[in-house]
Design a protein around this ligand. Structure first.
Ligand SMILES: *[C@@H]1O[C@H](CO)[C@@H](O)[C@H](O)[C@H]1NC(C)=O
Length: 508
């Protein structure tokens, strides 16, 4: 009986220990996962006995055994779980009965890459395996930025791509597909994987340059065309070759826009600067011009002063030829009244006084339409000079006239008709050429000097108050006797109550 008991004990012990013993199995090769996707870390008990009553512990071997997931006493106990795994781990509860202790890891991150220990323990036995998880991350589409210019006109092009795992290969290629040497390369890793950045300097315009980022089955490429508008304006297009991944190009378009925007701003500010410089130049020119005008004005006023002094001398000289001019009453238009001393004439609006019965000869001498009067004395060889005051007269003409002039009807006072004169009418000063020539006088003449050089055929007019030359008829063929002539227009009413025209007798 005792023997039987012992035997039973032994048998039961053997059976027990045999039932408790197990192996834990897992993948022999590193497991590949794609960032962002879910992955199952395989682990199972062999032979397939239930692990429901066992402890299943997943931990990071390479992180001092930090807990990734813990199952014990029929439930998950994840209070000590690594924070980065929170909510992303799960055992297959239905599969535990079959000894399937695989762990499902959701939304894989690059930081999940590493060595995992799957530890399974029953009351009497335990075992574990290690799972090597590799995470592959396809980074962002490469981005080209124009990084600036160097002194020799080269354009710095920088290509950058972020978030790769493992480290991708980045190359710049020219339009023929030849790899270009990058002057500057930078690679760094963070929790989002590898960031790669290569810069080249290009000098050719109208050329395509490609930036290619490659990782195993994934390749992304972007091209930039340096246009002839100085390697400046950019046209970026994207070529995406991907065997496994669907990639977004939005980033590239944004960057291309950014680059264009930057270019636009740059050219705008350059333009503004140019405008500014031009304005500055204009400003300087205007200043110079102003200075010149001031100088000229000074010179001018100096000149006009000098001219005035010269004219003074000239007039002093001319006055030596002063003639004692008196008015010929017989020639005067009936509406003109000549003073007793025959030195003044003015218009009267009343009916002319019928003097002694008209002799035909007297009537013939009179101006009948134009309000004119001649001087008494004619000159046919010598030079002569006279001055006349025209102050306050709205219309006046003074000068000389040939003996044979027509005194009847509408007369045009011009040299062809035998008149050499200047005057004022319609608020304009005129030289009575054929046709009349308007004169621009800065000062209204109050007193006019008339000089005739008979031999030289010259008749000159001066404003003798401001000492300005008014006008000169030159090279006239003077072959008749010349008489001073004075006209006050032809409209009686216009000139009513006007001041008299006075022949000056104060010349000495
Ligand atoms: C464990 O269970 C998961 C989920 O059902 C399954 O995908 C996996 O193949 C199983 N592993 C084994 C070894 O049966």
């Amino acid at each position: 009986m005792k023997f039987v008991c012992v035997t039973l004990l032994i048998i039961s012990g053997i059976t027990d220990s045999r039932a408790d013993k197990f192996d834990v199995a897992g993948p022999a090769v590193p497991l590949m996962a794609v960032s962002g996707e879910d992955v199952i870390l395989p682990c199972s008990v062999k032979p397939s006995i239930s692990a429901v009553n066992m402890r299943v512990e997943w931990s990071r071997l390479d992180q001092r055994g930090s807990v990734v997931h813990l199952y014990e006493d029929h439930e998950d106990r994840n209070t000590d779980q690594l924070p980065s795994y929170r909510g992303r781990t799960r055992l297959f509860k239905d599969e535990l009965e079959k000894g399937n202790t695989s762990l499902k890891l959701s939304r894989v991150q690059i930081s999940d890459e590493g060595l995992y220990k799957c530890f399974v323990k029953s009351k009497s036995w335990y075992d574990d395996i290690t799972v090597n998880l590799r995470v592959e991350a396809v980074g962002s589409a490469p981005v080209i930025t124009v990084d600036g210019f160097d002194g020799s006109g080269g354009l710095h092009l920088q290509c950058e791509s972020k978030g790769w795992n493992p480290k991708p290969e980045l190359v710049w290629l020219n339009s023929e597909g030849v790899t270009l040497t990058s002057e500057y390369t930078d690679t760094h890793t963070d929790t989002d994987g590898f960031n790669v950045k290569h810069t080249i300097t290009v000098y050719k315009s109208d050329t395509k340059y490609h930036c290619r980022v490659k990782l195993k089955h994934h390749m992304m490429e972007i091209e930039i065309i340096t246009s002839s508008k100085m390697l400046h304006s950019l046209k970026a297009s994207v070529v995406l070759i991907s065997f496994g991944a669907v990639l977004s190009v939005i980033g590239i378009i944004l960057i291309a826009m950014f680059v264009c925007k930057k270019r636009e701003l740059q050219s705008k500010s350059q333009r503004l600067q140019r405008d500014d410089e031009r304005l500055q130049r204009d400003d300087e020119r205007i200043q110079r011009e102003q200075l010149r005008i001031i100088n000229e004005r000074e010179t001018f006023s100096e000149n006009s002063l000098r001219e005035k002094r010269i004219l003074e001398t000239v007039v002093q000289h001319l006055r030596k030829y002063a003639a004692n001019v008196t008015l010929d009453v017989d020639s005067a238009h009936p509406h003109l009244i000549v003073s007793h001393d025959k030195k003044q004439v003015r218009i009267v609006n009343t009916q002319p006084i019928e003097e002694e019965e008209d002799e035909d000869e007297v009537q013939n001498n009179k101006f009948d339409e134009y309000l004119c009067v001649l001087g008494n004395e004619g000159f046919s060889s010598d030079s002569f000079y006279y001055e006349v005051q025209v102050k306050e007269l709205p219309v006046w003409y003074v000068g000389v006239a040939s003996e044979s002039i027509n005194r009847k009807g509408q007369i045009s006072l011009n040299p062809e008709n035998g008149y050499w004169s200047v005057g004022l009418s319609s608020d304009m000063y005129w030289a009575c050429e054929n046709p009349y020539v308007p004169l621009s006088l800065s000062v209204k003449p109050q007193r006019v000097g008339v000089f005739v050089n008979y031999e030289e055929g010259r008749v000159s007019f001066y404003d003798v108050e401001t000492m300005c030359h008014i006008y000169t008829y030159t090279s006239q063929s003077l072959n008749e006797k010349l008489y001073p002539v004075f006209c006050l227009g032809h409209d009686v009413f216009l000139s009513e109550n006007s001041a008299p025209l006075i022949i000056c007798s104060d010349l000495s």
